[in-house]
Ligand binder design. Structure first.
Ligand SMILES: [Zn+2]
Length: 64
């Protein structure tokens, strides 16, 4: 009995650690990398890679 509870607690903790939920919509946030093209002063383009946590609240901003 005690062992079962231990396992349940550990499983719960692992889930919490790996998935951050959005406090607003309650959906799990998905970490994803996206690339922006940025024009430099020299007139050429370079690419900025950044990470974003996407959930229901901001997926439209991220995906356009
Ligand atoms: Zn959200």
């Amino acid at each position: 009995m005690a062992k079962t509870q231990d396992f349940a607690k550990k499983a719960e903790k692992a889930t919490k650690d790996s998935v951050a939920k959005c406090p607003k919509c309650g959906q799990p946030k998905v970490s994803m990398m996206f690339v922006n093209s940025v024009k430099t002063d020299g007139g050429s383009y370079r690419f900025n890679r950044s990470m974003a946590s996407v959930c229901k609240c901001n997926e439209k901003e991220i995906y356009g």
